[in-house]
Design a protein around this ligand. Structure first.
Ligand SMILES: [Zn+2]
Length: 237
């Protein structure tokens, strides 16, 4: 059976001498694995389809979850993400997180949209903030959402000028006196609020770094997996 899917190439692993196995996040069929033949040969026609961050319409042939890519037509290459080391690792972290947060066999059209939007944002602007925004949305979509709005204990609106706590297991923020979680800096809180589209204080470089460290810890706790590209990206900052 042949199918056509709009998909983002999340991961490519070498297979045999010239082939690769791709992990594709599709718009309509969730996450799929598909082999692609001969793409390591110079001049291979479908070489682009196995490149990082390739967004394309893939033609797949196969059944029972075993697919082979028979053709592809590129929609966006996100080429800029492959020319800048910081952008490359931020985009790799996005793909790694999307893959971990999308179980195989589960349809997730919104995850596909969040990925495409996140990569577009990274191409044209601040890749760190785009990654934070993606992680906040993707975690929420997967049932690990948190809200940087009000104190989960007393309900008071929180702001970045007060001392705050974040409780990792429940994903909630509290006033300092209301909770027992770890302390969170005002700069971190301002960035997370900005990522949720809420009014916030200044978004600083330091705040973005801290927010990414917090999200890394939260992601690891919730998914039981590490996002290695995110650690690489943090090392570059
Ligand atoms: Zn409170």
């Amino acid at each position: 059976m042949d199918i056509k899917v709009d998909a983002l190439m999340l991961r490519a692993v070498d297979y045999g001498e010239n082939d690769k196995i791709l992990t594709l996040l599709t718009a309509d069929c969730g996450k799929l694995t598909a082999g692609i033949k001969g793409v390591k040969k110079a001049g291979a026609k479908l070489r682009f389809a196995a490149q990082p961050f390739c967004l394309a319409e893939y033609m797949l042939s196969g059944r029972g979850g075993r697919y082979t890519v028979t053709g592809a037509s590129e929609s966006e290459s996100f080429y800029d993400l492959r020319c800048d080391i910081n952008k490359f690792y931020a985009a790799s972290a996005l793909c790694e997180a999307a893959s971990a947060l999308t179980p195989e066999g589960e349809n997730s059209p919104r995850m596909f949209v969040y990925c495409a939007e996140g990569l577009r944002d990274m191409c044209v602007g601040d890749e760190g903030f785009a990654l934070i925004k993606f992680l906040v949305r993707a975690l929420s979509l997967s049932g690990y959402g948190f809200s940087a709005g009000t104190c989960s204990e007393c309900g008071a609106e929180l702001c970045n000028e007060q001392k705050l706590r974040f409780d990792m297991p429940s994903g909630t923020f509290t006033c300092w006196d209301c909770g027992t979680g770890s302390g969170v800096s005002g700069s971190t809180y301002a960035v997370l609020r900005a990522a949720e589209g809420r009014p916030c204080g200044d978004v600083t470089e330091d705040g973005k770094k801290r927010a990414l460290r917090l999200l890394r810890e939260y992601f690891t706790l919730k998914t039981d997996g590490r996002c290695l590209s995110l650690s690489e990206y943090l090392r570059l900052l």
